[in-house]
Design a protein around this ligand. Sequence first.
Ligand code: NI
Length: 183
Amino acid sequence: MILPIRAYGDPVLRKECKEIDADYPGLTELIDNMMETMDESNGVGLAAPQIGRDIRLFVIDSSHMYDDEGKGMRKVFINAEILDEYNDEWVFEEGCLSIPHIRENVSRNGTIKMRYQDEDFVEHEEEFDGMTARVIQHEYDHIEGVLFIDHITPLKRRLIKGKLTDISKGRISVDYRMKFPKK
Ligand code: NI
């Protein structure tokens, strides 16, 4: 099932999300729906707050970010923690399904060390780098209530203020399902 994606301005996007356990109701179906919603909107990642749930869950599919087949990964992250970030920061132009039509350069560390649980609640400790790390860092921000536009300069933020207001009021057109905050 395709879930509507919450737009910028929705308070759920600013929540620090809660951990979940294996008893979380309907989790398997929720993960399936999030994957389907990510694919349908051509996203490379989707975090639970973006579909209205303030829980520490996100999905990624970084394979579209690589030219080489077999690179990148499709993965579920539950109760993720970034344990460490290192290697030189690099800049990449990011976007977000909750903030359509805006792309800005964001600087992030090259490598991350993560602890997370998979969809079977098996715990992993793993390093990621390249585009996969980038996508994880963006989605991880979401479960902390942080958006990529929080990483840009105040000047750039001022320049997109009008566009952000338009998004929060639903004055945009997108080719995937969105839910705009009530004003
Ligand atoms: Ni996003």
